[in-house]
Design a protein around this ligand. Sequence first.
Ligand code: C2E
Ligand code: MG
Ligand code: MG
Length: 482
Amino acid sequence: MRKYLVIGDHIDKGRRERSRMRVRALRNRLEHEASHDALTGLPNRGLFVERTEQALECRPDGSMLAVLFIDLDDFKAINDGVGHEVGDRVLASVAARLQECLSPTDLAARVGGDEFGLLIEGLSGQADAEGVARRVIECLTTPFPIGGEEIVVRCSIGIAVSASAGDDVDELLGNADVAMYDAKGQGDRYEVFEPRMMEQVVKRHEYDAALRQALERHQFSVKYQPMVDLDSGEVVGVEALLRWDHPEQGVLSPGEFIPLAEETGHIVPIGQWVLEEACGQVARAQRLRPRGRPLVLSVNLSTRQLQHAGLVAEIVDLLDRTGFDPHNLLLEITESALIEDTDETIAILTALKALGVRVAIDDFGTGYSSLSYLRLLPVDVLKIAQPFIDALATDGEPEIFVDAIVHMGHTLNLEVVAEGVETPEQLAALRRMGCNIGQGFYFSRPLDGVATTLIDPERFGPLDDLVEPSAPAPAPLALVAG
Ligand code: C2E
Ligand code: MG
Ligand code: MG
């Protein structure tokens, strides 16, 4: 009896020990999982912050440490292009290469979707940290052979160095982040944090806050630039161009705020407002000339608007409410926006075209023109980018390009618009090539209202008297209006 009891006791002790070990192992595993990234096996952001904090506290006198934030440029394009599964394998391979090019005392972590952090201790100066950044760029340069593809990865690196005791971990990581944004988008670059970068961040925040309120504070306006038929000289349409009357900076051009509005998503409601405002204006101007040819309204759409799920429904609703004829609405989309997510883009453009709306490729020739996509995309109009027109009549060669674009457009049954026409020589060359429509300061700068573009619809036509290079440019239409 007793004997059995002792054995039972042993069995119980053994079980208890085994279950304690299992609990310990489970706890270790959970702790590891909570502090590591499952895909790459690297420490995650939480652990990275903790280790950086410890390193700052325990740093030996006189030694420096650095944090490097590495962001993979345009990783979304890799995911979209080859699929998320291959994208994941790229991330795991990047992690492996990072570890290969670091020394054993350095710490690499995955701190975000396509962001990695490095903690480098025991530096003798900033140059050492820059050396690590150069090594990282070099080791990621060789393409990654994954899933039968050679995948090229580019990165932007921000470096923040801590040389003095008592530095705060949040501040150090924030600085590395700011420096990374400064390096961003320029392909395989690193930047070391400097206080001036902070000023830009503050300005960005201020702009962002102001942009958030600009719509409800009625600070936006639309200018209209006439589009002129190069045969008849008639104004056949207008392009709506957005302006922001910033409370402190005055009137800003789109180039100064659209990139930020795109990044933050503010462009979606702003773009919708432009459509509403411009449709209303053009409809009113049209009523002023009931017998005139209907005016085409051309509106720029940003990539972000094109990706916005509600775009088509919102346009249907707008056309319903305003009674604006969809055939007179032209939506301008830049080449680079058109070739992103091509399948989805084609689906959206097809839906818009089913409504009767027409689509233009804006700034044609400045993006990554793969001519094959022109066949795929349901577009109606090519707008030749201004730099091509700029070069017209200043030396012989560029004319060949413009001529080729005009002919290619016509062969594909597209209407061709020349942007940025500034001189009679350019106009003459474009007419010789058979370009359909022109737009530019030669005819008129963007004007305050649609009606002003129509004050004298005959003023450009017939254009025969303008083809002489010596012919003076017509006075700006705004003056006629005044
Ligand atoms: P874009 O669509 O290519 O518009 C033509 C730009 O060239 C306009 O600049 C116009 O003022 C300028 N321009 C016109 N003729 C001439 C000329 O003869 N010479 C020169 N040097 N420039 C000329 P703006 O208004 O500053 O607009 C810049 C860009 O901002 C536009 O380029 C367009 O991509 C974007 N944008 C404008 N309005 C909107 C909008 O409502 N939504 C979106 N998403 N983008 C817009
Ligand atoms: Mg445009
Ligand atoms: Mg353009």
